[in-house]
Design a protein around this ligand. Structure first.
Ligand code: AHR
Length: 505
């Protein structure tokens, strides 16, 4: 049987794992907002002010830290003034990116902020650079966050909200290299400086401005942005126009033109997917390395505000709605991403899976009044103890745990660990489709008390949840952990994700 040893130093503290690495994304795309989060006040589906309560309850159980909205590509054709005021009087528009469907603007600023309040999550608003104006974005910030008396404050109050909201995370455009305006990096960087200038801090509301960043391994884009805010090699004080830079990376099993089915795939497709998921490590390393040159003190955050799997849409569904099923394979993509995120916690400030409900690698799938928790949801839930915890370095050595995939090598065991409030949480994935893996946890610099473990697995990688079989893939208690002289030992079944939690002795 393949074996692996994970050396975990309980007394060496790594950086804090920001809870925002467990962030989310909701775009006006397909059934994410309409039908997913929003059903309207007259719906028979239980709701509060139009917001689905089953969705809120499920997400609250994940302690979701933030929600990015309204896009995505949609953000750069969204005009916020169309989404405030009496709902029936709101102008309509065509959502040209996603299905060419009519958008009635019933879910707008007030509805989004109410949703965040219900979720207990911080809002992350993506402003329109591609087809908007500096003034429009500046006024949106004023509308949301200014106190006292001003034109936008008066408008907000007319629309029923007295107090300003608090908004920290603010996106300056989205994918300006593509759907957000097809710009060159240099032009986009100049616009980011210009827009950021007029996104004011009103009162004590301090914005964390996120410039639209690179796709995948486009390190040149990141460098162009970093050059705007640093003063590498000169005397003057650098200006922090923006506090974060985004990057997007999606996991595919093959070329963009042939993404393949979410549920019908073989072991080779699975391994190619895992290789693609592992690539996030190199990509984050690349962007961080460029950022370190210009910002060695790591004051600027890297924000992976879109990540996840992207498959062909489910047969019979609108190709513009990006609705896909979610299997155990997706769960393992998520669990390995989190191991990588934890290792990059010093620079990675936020990550947002795309997208929360009914789109791409979703947490939740709805069908009328039915709600299904996906395997990916369960990874977020099992891992939530890592939020705001101190990362612990893990050194992994495998014997027979590598597989050759094309001309690359895939390490099939993945792990990460953290400590919070005296409790250690260790996450372990076995990506192998057929073989179990025996893992020895060699614990150094401390001892652990009685461990408790949980497992997420199923008889096959293609297993998924539906309204008819809602718990086909769901976590159960795992009693396979034994205590050894130097730590713990367990055997991970093929295609499984296990969390082990234990108090520090
Ligand atoms: O998440 C779906 C789309 O993927 C987003 O709208 C866009 O930013 C990205 O290309």
């Amino acid at each position: 049987m393949p074996t692996a040893t994970a050396i975990i130093n309980l007394d060496i503290e790594g950086p804090t794992i920001s809870r925002h690495l467990y962030g989310h994304f909701a775009e006006h795309l397909g059934r994410c907002v309409y039908g997913g989060f929003w059903v309207g006040e007259d719906s028979p589906v239980p709701n509060e002010g139009g917001i689905r309560l089953d969705v809120v309850a499920a997400l609250r159980a994940l302690d979701i830290p933030n929600l990015r909205w309204p896009g995505g590509c949609f953000a750069d054709e969204y005009h916020w003034r169309d989404g405030v005021g009496p709902r029936e009087q709101r102008p309509r528009m065509v959502n040209t990116h996603w299905g060419n469907v009519e958008e009635n603007n019933h879910f707008g600023t007030h509805e989004f902020m109410a949703l965040c309040e219900l979720l207990g999550a911080e809002p992350y608003i993506s402003g329109n650079v591609g087809s908007g104006t500096v003034r429009e974005m500046s006024e949106w910030v004023e509308y949301l966050t200014r106190d006292g008396d001003s034109p936008m404050v008066r408008l907000r109050k007319e629309n029923g909200r007295e107090e300003p909201w608090r908004v920290k995370y603010w996106g300056i455009g989205n994918e300006t290299w593509g759907c957000g305006g097809n710009m060159r990096a240099e032009y986009s960087a100049d616009l980011a400086r210009q827009y950021a200038t007029y996104c004011r801090d009103h009162g004590d509301n301090k914005l964390y401005r996120i410039a639209s960043g690179a796709s995948d391994a486009d390190y040149k884009w990141t460098e162009t942005l970093m050059q705007q805010i640093s003063c590498f090699g000169c005397e003057a004080t650098p200006k922090n126009f923006f506090q974060g830079i985004s990057v997007h990376y999606y996991t595919l099993s093959g070329p963009w033109e042939a993404k393949g089915s979410a549920t019908e795939f073989d072991a080779e497709d699975h391994y190619r997917t895992m290789l693609s998921a592992h690539r996030i490590d190199r990509i984050l390393t690349g962007h961080s390395t460029v950022m370190d040159v210009y910002d060695p003190g790591r004051t600027v955050g890297l924000v992976l505000d879109e990540w996840g799997t992207w498959w062909d849409v489910e047969p019979g569904t609108d190709p513009g709605f990006l609705f896909q099923q979610n299997t155990l394979r997706d769960a393992l993509v998520a669990s390995t991403h989190f191991d990588v995120f934890h290792r990059h916690a010093a620079r990675l400030h936020m990550a947002n899976i795309a997208q929360t409900v009914n789109v791409l690698q979703a947490m939740l799938l709805t069908d009328g009044d039915a709600l299904v928790l996906t395997p990916t949801y369960h990874v977020f839930e099992m891992n939530k103890g890592h939020q705001d915890a101190t990362s612990l370095p893990v050194h992994l050595r495998g014997e027979g745990t590598r597989r050759t995939v094309g001309d690359a090598e895939l390490e099939t065991v993945s792990a990460s660990a953290s400590v919070k409030d005296g409790t250690v949480l260790i996450s372990l994935s076995n990506l192998d489709a057929e073989e179990p893996a025996e893992v020895t946890l060699d614990l150094r610099g401390g001892r652990l008390g009685e461990p408790a473990a949980r497992i997420l697995t199923a008889d096959k990688l293609q297993a998924h949840n539906t309204p008819e079989a809602a718990t086909a893939v769901s976590p159960t208690a795992f009693d396979g952990v034994s205590v050894t002289a130097g730590g713990l030992r367990l055997t991970l079944p093929p295609h499984s994700f296990v969390t082990v939690q234990a108090p520090l002795d």
